[in-house]
Design a protein around this ligand. Structure first.
Ligand SMILES: NC(=O)c1ccc[n+]([C@@H]2O[C@H](COP(=O)([O-])OP(=O)(O)OC[C@H]3O[C@@H](n4cnc5c(N)ncnc54)[C@H](OP(=O)(O)O)[C@@H]3O)[C@@H](O)[C@H]2O)c1
Length: 353
């Protein structure tokens, strides 16, 4: 049975999800509803033309309140508040909350209590979700009875976690440090703007295309949440002026002396085995744009592996921060949708029934 998805926020992530679903032959996911502050004709325009990914490969049309993709009609709501979106009318199983505005678990929960969806997946490092689930690291800890609002953490956490899991499964890895070098994000500024008020750090209001900008992000903490055996992580995070294609590096101390070849073999075996689809092993010399359109959480780069005689190890992997992450969102949506037996609308707040 197909999982019925609603997408809140038809921006970079929302449209990427739509592109993936409409290209896939997988009948396991159907997008049945979208909500955005924009009207359907604008949603259609954004889907048809993409500055990074080119023209949409199918057909896109509109009718009042509907977006029609490849001749299939999708309900297009136009609401500002999650509590006003009637997901239950479309039988939505899982809402993917991709506005970036409702990252708090309690705010996003309105999709269930007022909208009538069954589950919510917040496309970001959310505050207070019921669980952080990263595919390849801890998705088995999903408990359908306790986890209604789930966060997959971030794209960087996904890339770091799969590399860390491979090392953890082979070695006693500790004293971990990580870095994420992230492509430009839509919330960044074109020119210096709102420097005094933008987020907590005034540097995040500086012109995104002109600087490498340090960002005090929780990614390192969340890698330890999904893989607690790693312990506390020393983390750094930078936003850089490339449009897409990001980098994750992870280092730490292991319990024995290894060679570069040992570490790379471990990654290659994982990529061909338990991490198939999540880690892609790329022996060719790679730069960030090469990862465009790669669906893995991490394109492992064996040329980046370093070891020292005293057992320190460092690895690196690239990731398409939109395309790879959106594939993981859909993997999780399938999990959340399939294992749940409560019908859509069953948990509506009494005031809206
Ligand atoms: N892009 C990435 O590489 C990436 C990777 C991983 C995670 N994420 C996370 O995913 C989330 C979305 O990121 P994004 O890059 O897709 O952002 P985005 O391109 O800005 O998309 C957000 C969309 O939501 C719409 N929106 C804003 N307020 C809304 C509301 N109240 N109700 C409904 N729609 C609303 C926006 O409309 P307007 O454009 O008109 O404001 C826009 O279409 C963020 O939390 C981000 O951190 C992004």
């Amino acid at each position: 049975m197909s999982v019925r998805i609603g997408i809140n926020g038809f921006g970079r992530i929302g449209r990427t999800l739509m592109r993936i679903v409409s290209q896939a032959l997988d009948p396991g996911i159907t997008v049945v509803a979208i909500n955005d502050i924009a009207a359907p004709d604008r949603l259609a325009y954004g889907l048809k033309r993409d500055s990074l990914r080119g023209r949409f490969g199918g057909t896109v049309a509109t009718r009042p309140g509907q977006l029609i993709v490849n001749d299939r009609s999708i309900r297009a709501f136009q609401e500002q508040q999650p509590s006003r979106i009637r997901w239950a009318d479309e039988g939505v199983d899982v809402v993917i909350e991709a506005t970036g505005r409702f990252r708090g678990g309690d705010l996003a929960r309105a999709h269930i209590s007022h909208g009538g969806a069954r589950k919510v997946l917040i496309s970001a490092s959310a505050d207070n979700p019921d669980a952080y689930l990263v595919w390849g690291a801890n998705q088995d800890s999903y408990d359908p009875d306790r986890h209604d609002v789930v966060s997959p953490a971030s794209c960087g956490v996904n890339a770091l976690s799969v590399m860390a899991k491979v090392l953890l499964d082979r070695y006693d890895l500790h004293s971990v440090h990580t870095s994420v070098i992230l492509a430009m994000q839509g919330w960044q500024k074109v020119h210096d703007q709102s420097v005094g008020t933008s987020r907590d750090d005034p540097r995040l209001g500086r012109a995104g295309a002109q600087s490498t900008i340090p960002h005090d992000h929780v990614a390192g903490d969340l890698v330890s949440v999904v893989l607690p055996r790693l312990g506390e992580i020393c983390h750094s995070y930078y936003c850089v002026p490339t449009p897409v294609g990001s980098l994750a590096e992870l280092g730490g101390q292991i319990d024995r002396r290894v060679t570069v070849e040992d570490v790379n073999r471990a990654m290659a075996e994982a990529a061909a085995g338990p991490m198939r689809g999540l880690i892609d092993y790329e022996p060719d010399p790679t730069v960030s744009i090469d990862v465009l359109g790669n669906p893995a959480s991490c394109l492992f780069d064996p040329a980046g592996t370093r070891v020292t005689a005293d057992g320190r190890v460092k690895v690196r992997g690239w990731f398409d921060n939109e395309w790879g992450f959106s594939h993981r969102l859909l993997d999780l949506a399938r999990l959340l949708g399939e294992r749940e037996s409560v019908p859509a609308g069953a948990r509506l707040h009494p005031a809206v029934v």
